[in-house]
Design a protein around this ligand. Sequence first.
Ligand SMILES: NC(=O)c1ccc[n+]([C@@H]2O[C@H](COP(=O)([O-])OP(=O)(O)OC[C@H]3O[C@@H](n4cnc5c(N)ncnc54)[C@H](OP(=O)(O)O)[C@@H]3O)[C@@H](O)[C@H]2O)c1
Length: 256
Amino acid sequence: MNDTTTHNTPAAGWSGNPVAVITGASQGLGLALARGLAERGWSLVIDARTPDKLAAADYELSKLTTVIALAGDVTDDDHRADLAEAAADLGGASLLVNNASALGGSPMPALAAFPLPDLLATFEVNVLAPLALAQLLLPQLREHGGEIVNISSDAAVEPYAGWGGYGASKAALDHASAILALEEPKVRVWAVDPGDLRTQMHQDAFPGEDISDLPLPETVVPGFLRLIDERRPSGRYQASDLLPAAPAAVADAEVA
Ligand SMILES: NC(=O)c1ccc[n+]([C@@H]2O[C@H](COP(=O)([O-])OP(=O)(O)OC[C@H]3O[C@@H](n4cnc5c(N)ncnc54)[C@H](OP(=O)(O)O)[C@@H]3O)[C@@H](O)[C@H]2O)c1
């Protein structure tokens, strides 16, 4: 753990490691963040719906740290309660990463023809579930002076045709994050746009297209770790803005 972190004194029964709950951590950005935190000694509670992929992530991460992996859907009340209970068993969550997300279809439908059950499901995964999990974990997060990372997208602020369901849900998540931050002074609440990444979700958004030029999720993890290390104020961030400047850019800035 970096010395600049300011998590509160551990509660009774605490194993010595801060605890992070990360949804959708079997692949993509969620798994990359889980790896980054595990390497720094965080204990993890992770989930995803597909048991075998989650088991593979659990196997890998368990070589680095304590992991509780629970297969389930973030929209399921009982599953969310199990996640919160697992975090409590490890000593209480210091960090919640609401990463699991729904695209709303592949290809994504235009709003005029968006099947309403799919639109509802998109909002359930991307807005309702993150807030519901935050409600369950806030007592633990307050006790630890903890943090919530809600994974956003540029589609929350840019109106791309075809991205109405997903984009509107991420905009709602951004706004809810900002209000939660005002209401919860003991907890940092960050909405973070990770940027375009080479993941299954991005491939699903552009079926059949070559996305091999996009950066891997691991490339933005240092930005997230910096946010946590420096305990930046609550707000909306772009992961790319938090990455250490490339040497050439630093040199340019010094000349200017
Ligand atoms: N990739 C990009 O370019 C990009 C850009 C901007 C924002 N984002 C955001 O970044 C985050 C991560 O996306 P990603 O690209 O890494 O996606 P990904 O590779 O498709 O991974 C998504 C993860 O979430 C899990 N998941 C999905 N729905 C779930 C549910 N209902 N309950 C529990 N787990 C669920 C998936 O496993 P199962 O399918 O087995 O459940 C998987 O582990 C998302 O919030 C996304 O909106 C991504």
